[in-house]
Design a protein around this ligand. Structure first.
Ligand SMILES: Cc1ncc(C[n+]2csc(CCOP(=O)(O)OP(=O)(O)O)c2C)c(N)n1
Length: 208
């Protein structure tokens, strides 16, 4: 599983800690100098991280390499990539999209976190890539469109994706940035800025 949008590392680290890769107490070292929990995942430093990411646009290419290796080794594993609408602005994403279809790569299941925002503005204002879904179809990817906050829909889409042979799959997940916290939803001010202690308190109350 490659977290191509590496800036979402806190979610990856929390999942890895929960899965037993390292002591959850380490999570409070996030972004500290020398910590294995860097702002962007580093596979050389943290057990369980399969790809170093953070420089956007590279994860899909890495996923293709892993999926091709599976074919050569005649293994049965699936490769998952989590990418984003901001990453659709990276040229490498589209080189990867074309290669995956050309080589009829299956066992490659990608998720597009389609929250319509990127670093400091909407994707529409920064570099509008619409129609996004049609683009993936035109690149000959099998696509599914789901509500990215509905776990049942995610699991169902993955089940369906595993049935697709000879074609890569893009699960386009409609999401809301900052979902569940009223003052964070669709608010880019929180993209790269930590909430204050007060804001954390309020956010946790709302999430609970
Ligand atoms: C190659 C590259 N260019 C620029 C950045 C700076 N950057 C960090 S996050 C981000 C926005 C990415 O958009 P998206 O992943 O859609 O953001 P999301 O709302 O999903 O967090 C940018 C441009 C980067 N990490 N890598």
């Amino acid at each position: 599983m490659i977290l191509s949008k590496g800036h979402a590392s806190p979610a990856l680290y929390a999942a890895l800690a929960e899965a037993g890769y390292f002591d959850p107490k380490t999570l409070t070292d996030f972004r500290k100098l020398g910590s294995p929990l860097q702002g962007h995942p580093d596979r050389r430093r943290l057990p369980g991280v399969e790809a170093s990411t953070g420089s956007l646009g590279q994860g899909l290419s890495m996923g293709i390499g892993m999926a091709l290796a599976r074919r050569l080794d005649k293994k049965s594993y699936y490769t998952y990539v989590i990418t984003s609408d901001g990453e659709m602005n990276e040229g490498q994403t589209w080189e990867a999209a074309a290669m995956a279809a050309h080589h009829k790569i299956d066992h490659l299941i990608a998720f597009l976190d389609y929250n319509k925002y990127q670093l400091d503005d909407s994707t529409k204002n920064i570099c509008d890539m619409e129609p996004v879904v049609d683009k993936w179809k035109a690149f000959r990817w099998h696509t599914f469109e789901i509500d990215g906050h509905d776990v049942k829909q995610i699991l169902h889409a993955v089940e369906q994706a595993k049935k697709i042979k000879g074609q890569p799959v893009m699960i386009i997940a409609h999401t809301v940035k900052g979902k569940g916290v009223s003052f964070m939803e669709g608010n880019n001010a929180f993209h790269g800025v930590a909430p204050t202690a007060d804001e954390v308190k309020k956010a946790l109350e709302e999430l609970r």
